[in-house]
Design a protein around this ligand. Structure first.
Ligand code: F0G
Length: 462
């Protein structure tokens, strides 16, 4: 008797592979040596020693043939490159902002924005911190204030828009410090440190109403705003029949400008930009960019890189592309969830986050459970992940004590258009194997701690 055909219809990525890049499979002994050499920090591993690289989705995407073709059309003029105008056009068309200066990547834009708008003693509310964003706010004399909804700090709560801003918390901040001490609301879509969680359109509208009441600007971190738009299409009433491109533009329309790391949504290996609607602010930005990045028509980017980003923006808002991109992340997340591995719920847009607290309850937070888990996963299979817990959170700028974030996570970040479903299977099976051995794990001790953004370069021992 033949088996009954299962009642399912699968989807597949809307692309096929044209070029391949070999990866190396290593032995456990080789990985042990590499990990010790790297001070138990996955940022310090050589990429050649990694089998499946889920460190980050930043700058790790595969470009399309159309983007590569654009690389040959780079106009490498110092001033007024035609590729700059293509990029400006793509930003205007799809994000809707009036003015744009390119930067070498997202943190270059964060530096310019923070220097222009933040004064010593200011407070910058945001829906959860991001490492580089908060550091630039602090370096400019500001204090970051977390105004994300409380649900975002609990990995187990299912909420469709866990990245939402708590409007009550914003109002309390105005009462406490006064609107004139708040240069802007720093709104991130999606929220990376909460697990890739989106902000709803309704919430963006509510933040706009708050900002109008108090004459405060809203600056968007648009790094993964396309993924945010996809979640709005999937989850928010009234948006199911709107395209991701339309949703993105409406969302950005509630804000006054944005910083952008093009290395994520925009499908390029390097680049970013700062966009602004205010003409005077733009004048200041296009002057300041000359100091830190380069002339306002290249901002640290080659002409060819601006062309690749202009084309990447157009590809990134395609509904079929974004469905497959987030769909692959969900595929990995569902496998782990089905096997009862503790992950952040709902599954995020760019990554699956392992909950290291529930993984390793025996390891206290100041012995770095997430750092330990990332190390164990690499040892097991050569899969590289990233710590997003106490090491990433750093120290309080006043007291010098560790920040103790509620979320102690390991991020399995999926590059766009790079890995296959089989890579996801191998990853899930390795995580499950590490989970089965969880009781044996012991924590780490930090033996080298850099001053800024310590997670990148800190070293540990068993
Ligand atoms: N904002 C967000 C939300 C980010 O995720 C990043 C980078 C930046 C800003 C800074 O952009 O790297 O181009 O300077 N995130 C990377 C990551 C590093 O792995 O999540 P950048």
């Amino acid at each position: 008797m033949s088996k009954q055909r299962p009642p399912r219809r699968s989807w597949a990525e809307p692309w096929k592979v044209k070029v391949v890049e070999p990866v190396r499979v290593t032995s456990r002994a080789q990985r042990e040596a590499a990990l010790v050499e790297a001070g138990f920090n996955t940022f310090l591993l050589r990429s050649e020693d990694v089998y499946i690289d889920l460190l980050t989705d930043s700058g790790t995407s595969a470009m399309s043939d159309w983007q590569w073709a654009g690389m040959m059309l780079g106009d490498e003029a110092y001033a007024g490159s035609r590729n700059f105008y293509h990029l400006e056009e793509a930003v205007r068309e799809h994000y809707g902002y009036r003015h744009m200066v390119p930067t070498h990547q997202g943190r270059g834009a964060e530096n310019l924005l923070s220097r222009m708008l933040i004064r010593e003693g200011d407070f910058v509310p945001g829906n959860m911190y991001f490492t580089t964003t908060r550091l630039h706010q602090e370096l400019a004399g500001g204090t970051f204030v977390d105004v994300v909804i409380p649900e975002a700090h609990d990995p187990a709560i299912e909420h469709p828009f866990k990245g939402n801003v708590d409007i009550g918390a914003l109002e309390r901040l105005v009462q406490d410090v006064g609107a004139d001490r708040i240069p802007y609301v720093s709104l991130a879509a999606t929220v990376n440190m909460a697990g890739g969680q989106p902000v709803s359109m309704a919430n963006a509208r509510a933040v706009r109403a708050f900002a109008d009441r108090h004459k405060i600007r809203i600056m968007l971190d648009a790094t993964r705003a396309v993924e945010n738009a996809y979640f709005i299409q999937q989850r928010e009433p009234g948006y199911a029949n709107r395209s991701v491109a339309e949703i993105l533009k409406e969302f950005c329309g509630y804000t006054d400008g944005c910083t952008m790391s093009g290395k994520k949504d925009s499908l390029v290996n390097i680049g970013g930009w700062l966009a602004l609607n205010d003409a005077d602010l733009y004048q200041e930005a296009s002057n300041l960019v000359v100091v830190y990045e380069g002339l306002h028509t290249y901002g640290g980017m080659a002409g060819r890189d601006m062309e690749a980003m202009a084309r990447g923006i157009r590809e990134s808002v395609d509904d079929d592309h974004i469905r497959a991109r987030v769909g692959q992340v969900e595929y990995l997340g569902h496998l782990l969830d089905d096997w009862r591995v503790p992950i952040v719920k709902p599954i995020g847009g760019h990554a699956v986050y392992l909950d290291a607290r529930r993984f390793y309850p025996q390891i206290p937070q100041d012995e770095y459970p997430a750092q330990t888990l990332a190390a164990e996963l690499y040892l097991d299979s050569g899969v590289r992940a990233m710590e997003r817990g106490i090491v990433s959170a750093g120290r309080d700028k006043e007291t010098g004590e560790h920040h103790y974030p509620k979320l102690e996570l390991v991020r399995l970040t999926i590059p766009r258009r790079v890995y296959t479903q089989a890579h996801m299977d191998v990853t899930a099976e390795s995580v499950a194997a590490v989970f089965d051995q969880r009781e044996r794990a012991r924590g780490l001790r930090m033996v080298h701690e850099p001053r800024y953004l310590r997670f990148f370069q800190a070293r540990f021992e068993r």
